[in-house]
Design a protein around this ligand. Sequence first.
Ligand SMILES: [Zn+2]
Length: 201
Amino acid sequence: MAKLYFRYGAMNSGKSTALLQAAYNYEERGQRVLLAKPEIDTKGADQIESRLGVARPVDFLVGPDDDLRAVFQAAAGHAPVACLLVDEAQFFTPAQVDDLLRIAVLDGIPVLAYGIRTDFRTEAFPGSARLLEIAHSLEELKTICRCGRKAIFNARLVGGRFVFDGDQVAIDEGQIQGEVTYESMCAVCYLRESGGRLDGR
Ligand SMILES: [Zn+2]
């Protein structure tokens, strides 16, 4: 039986690099894969970009109201698909994550979903929460905090200053004063910067 895999990590934990490597491994064996991601991620438009400089276009984008399984089946056509790889999976709706499980179990196609577990306030993204609930396999991709511990949170900076309030997704940076960046942090460093707050409390 094909399975749904959720490979999660803080920002800069190499998720896109791992996804592109997995796609390459399939294709090296002559197998066809499909790459997808949610439309909400405007950063790379219709590309999956590794920080190492490798990039390739996705086979399809998924809008917030799309029936993911139908969009997948339309993209797949009649040729066999060995694997579906999705990036930025935290931005899928819970219903779309349910479709990822259906694609694995009912259509028999392994689904590798890569994404961030929690937002800058340490709250799970809806798509990630659903993946943590129903994925067959959970695997953490690790990265290091500035202090050397494993990073598990994603602190947000606006104009170089830490902020702990705001919208979950700061895609529309035009409405925010200053550039939005993120720093992957361990809990110790996060709590030090937030003054002990978690999730705005
Ligand atoms: Zn730290």
